[in-house]
Design a binder for this molecule. Sequence first.
Ligand code: SAM
Ligand code: DTB
Ligand code: SF4
Length: 331
Amino acid sequence: MSLAHDHRPQPGSIPPRHDWTREQVRALFALPFPELMFRAAVTHREHFDPAEVQISTLLSIKTGGCPEDCAYCPQAARYDTGVAAEKLMSLDAVLTEARAAKAGGASRFCMGAAWRSPKDRELDNVCAMVEGVKALGLETCATLGMLTGDQAARLKASGLDYYNHNLDTSPEYYGAIITTRTYGDRLDTLEHVRAAGINVCCGGIVGMGEGLEDRVGMITTLAGLPVHPESVPINMLVQVEGTPLATAAKNAAKLDPLDFVRTIAVARICMPASMVRLSAGREDMSEETQALCFLAGANSIFYGPKLLTTPNPGRDSDMALLDKLGLRPLT
Ligand code: SAM
Ligand code: DTB
Ligand code: SF4
């Protein structure tokens, strides 16, 4: 029997729990690092082949000029970050990018818009993009801000597979990061997405000056959702000059990369059947840290030289890294 066979999901593996308490999640973070990694790696193997990594390519279909005040975001109009406000891209231009993403090896194409929420006419245009991207044989994902139930249903009817809407942090730290929409607003959108039958992609950002208890609160909230998000992006803050968090970070200690790895491991243990994405922040991350993230149960990445507005590792260096680690892109 080959080793690869041993790594396949085991029938009868323990089903996901939705009753994680803060105390239990705190206790996971407090485990000795090798013990935490071991438990995360075992959990990973109960549900996935640990050699497979899902890869998504991002495209900013509507960049900058956003009315919201998210303190991390280069696209908020109120911060001087050098990101110019652009109009929504044309359908043709989006499809050209989607074809290139597919040719480059991505299995999912994620379209992001710097909106508080889409207007109905804007949504018509995005629905056409979703239909077109789906027709290319790619999985589709969008992140457009808050959605009503009707809007979510329209996106579903157009063929949207995933909707990304992050909780970003703990309920109690949230107000220090965003004031123009509430945590409750975010939970409402997630409910609309779930009710429409779209897969939920929901995670957060670490390295925003939050404390350990906020990372505990974020994972406890995500793992307490009635259905776990199918995809859980864990982003390391990309510090963009001009954003309030980049300014604050100059006076604060940088997050230890091992605490980022711990967050991935705890997400893996608490949401065992979800894809956990090692998301933004890889450009400044060593190969060793990324390797630890894969060991901790990350099984998805953003692939391609750009996230929405900031750089990501190039395709060649990512393929070389996956190859070096013996990992395969999931097709
Ligand atoms: N405007 C929509 C919204 O906020 O829902 C969609 C796009 S928004 C850029 C998507 C997510 O990107 C945010 O929720 C946040 O988690 C992440 N993000 C934005 N800027 C980031 C940064 N500088 N570092 C890490 N993650 C970031
Ligand atoms: C997510 O959790 N991270 C992605 C995606 N979902 C939309 C966005 C990261 C953005 C990083 C900053 C930028 O490139 O503008
Ligand atoms: Fe706007 Fe989204 Fe950026 Fe917040 S994260 S400022 S909503 S683009």
